[in-house]
Design a protein around this ligand. Structure first.
Ligand code: NA7
Length: 532
């Protein structure tokens, strides 16, 4: 017979979300177990170890704000932190707050079922352990379930294959190898220049060209770090006023590109291009709202690509004709320039689609390519993939997979009707991936902890949303998204990158508006929630 352990809360995942949630639940006096599939903490920063992996949000902003001593004692070394640096930060956080003793590593949660008689969740792991808990928090991340494309013959390749999101810990030496890489999203944009430096030859298979702005990464000066530390509260407050929850100290240009003359446009774009980073799209306030405005900035980036790439045919293939920012804008270091190297070639899959993977390489409609290694930079089953990887059953044995078969339904991106006491950190329907994830995670963790405290303090045992409120919330998310240009391309925000996935816009644009609504709902005595 399996021995059951009983705790107050189970948290799945030990990344930014799970670590902070554990800390907050402990502070409430809840006995808590965290299960983590990896052998260490870090979540996305534990798995994504591909060459060149780094954050596209400035490091001083992509960090916890909940403890001033923590932010004072940690010294970020570069404008954009590398994966190893972020991972060592999270290791430091785990040690500093003694979090490891409640985390079970190398263990995947496989199922969770709500027992309506006991008002508790029974959580089962792949290690055969069963734990019951009153509260169940999924801190599994938005981009953690690797998307391996279903290409004919995929497993027949005789050499090694790698997915950027599941990179070997010991690293990979591509020296002297013929390497093929599929995909040109953020992970590819970061890794292609690094792999090209090592490989004998690198062939990039591009299905959709990508927009990238220069990172202009650099070491952080001592004075600049000291200044941030002395004014951290102001920076965090300013960020919370931003739609994206970062960049609060940058100059805001509250005017539309369609309202200014050409010289003003060019000067503003040039300035932001030279500064680098995602703030480029903040150059004008209509770029992500009005198609004609977006076309102007798209044209600017295309001209920049043409300047960087020597061969006009290659440059033309690298130029997207889609909405800029509709897929997450990439931040690059030498991406386009890499195509000037003699050992790099670009295959446009729109001309010659991949037909199959063979034991020796990749066949397209136009050619056969031989490789020693293949890299899949093909992204993730985003936002819902990791949640649905666990077999979750709510009231009356209702399966989350079935309930969400036509797309995810949540209230505030945190709770699902008929799944009492289940909480999702940065779930579909919350700002999550459209923001600085750490800021969004902190807001969710604190809301979840406060809600649990409220449930207990008011003598209730469960909380779940009213079904009608969740339906209204999904409609609201789509209404807000439809004000923007986000839904106008085949992005993972819409689930469009995974064949067969329902096409529903999942994240909610606008951090401050979201927080205001959550706060109002709490003030209105948890309006839309059923406490029992
Ligand atoms: P992304 O941004 O989803 O990029 C995946 C890339 O892989 C993208 O270029 C896809 O082309 C391509 N892809 C996916 N499936 C295929 C198949 N079957 N054939 C050819 N090409 C394919 O994932 P990343 O890991 O780069 O970045 C994810 C996020 O991490 C990023 O936004 C940052 O927030 C950090 P497509 O565009 O779908 O045509």
């Amino acid at each position: 017979m399996i021995e059951q352990q009983h705790v107050d809360a189970v948290v799945v995942g030990a990344g930014f979300g799970g670590l902070y949630q554990l800390k907050r639940l402990r502070e409430l006096g809840l006995t808590t177990r965290v299960f983590e599939a990896g052998s260490g903490v870090g979540g996305t920063w534990y798995w994504n170890r591909y060459p060149g992996a780094r954050c596209d949000v400035p490091s001083v902003e992509y960090s916890y704000s909940f403890d001033d001593d923590l932010q004072q004692e940690w010294d970020w070394t570069e404008r954009y932190a590398t994966q190893p640096e972020i991972l060592s930060y999270l290791d430091h956080v785990a040690d500093r707050f003694d979090l490891r003793e409640d985390i079970t590593f190398d263990t995947r949660v496989t199922s969770a079922a709500f027992d309506e008689d006991a008002d508790r969740w029974t959580i089962t792991t792949d290690g055969g352990e069963e734990v019951t808990a009153q509260f169940f928090v999924m801190a599994t991340g938005c981009l953690s379930n690797a998307n391996m494309p279903d290409i004919e013959g995929r497993d027949s390749f005789a050499g090694p294959t790698y997915h950027t999101g599941q990179w070997p810990h010991e690293g990979v030496d591509f020296t002297g190898l013929r390497v093929g890489i599929i995909g040109t999203g953020s992970s590819a944009v970061q890794s292609i220049p690094m792999i090209a430096e090592q490989a004998d030859h690198l062939t990039v298979f591009q299905r959709t060209p990508t927009y990238a702005v220069p990172a202009h990464n650099r070491p952080l000066e001592d004075e600049e770090l000291a200044y941030v530390k002395a004014h951290y509260d102001e920076l965090r407050d300013a960020n919370r006023e931003m739609g994206t929850a970062f960049g609060g100290w940058l100059e805001h240009n509250d005017i539309g590109v369609l309202e200014v003359d050409e010289a003003t446009r060019e000067a503003q774009f040039d300035k932001r291009w030279e500064e680098g980073g995602l703030a480029f799209l903040g150059a004008f306030n209509d770029l992500l709202l009005v198609p004609e405005a977006n076309e102007i900035v798209a044209d600017y980036v295309r001209r920049r690509i043409a300047e960087k790439v020597d061969d006009p045919d290659v440059a033309a293939k690298l130029m997207p004709d889609t909405v800029v920012g509709c897929k997450r804008l990439c931040v690059d270091t030498g991406y386009y320039e890499t195509y000037n190297r003699p050992n790099v070639s670009l295959i446009d899959l729109q001309d010659t689609p991949i037909q199959r993977i063979t034991p020796t390489g990749i066949d397209t409609a136009g050619d056969s390519f031989e490789f020693d290694a293949i890299v899949f930079a093909t992204g993730f089953d985003a936002m819902t993939g990791a949640l649905l990887a666990v077999d979750i059953e709510g009231r009356q044995g209702r399966s989350l997979r079935e309930v969400w078969s036509a797309g995810p339904t949540t209230y505030l991106g945190v709770q699902v009707p008929e799944f009492p006491n289940l909480f999702i950190i940065s779930g579909p329907g919350s700002p999550s991936v459209l923001t600085n994830m750490v800021t969004s995670i902190e807001q969710h963790v604190e809301f979840i902890a406060d809600t649990i405290e409220h449930v207990r303090a008011t003598g209730h045992t469960t909380i779940e949303p009213e079904p009608a409120k969740a339906d209204e919330w999904v409609a609201y998310v789509n209404t807000v998204a439809d004000f923007t240009l986000f839904p106008r391309c085949n992005s993972w925000y819409l689930g469009a990158n995974v064949p067969g996935k329902p096409r529903v816009f999942m994240p909610l644009p606008g951090f401050p508006g979201y927080v205001e609504q959550v706060d109002q709902i709490v003030d209105n005595d948890y309006e839309g929630f059923i406490l029992a």
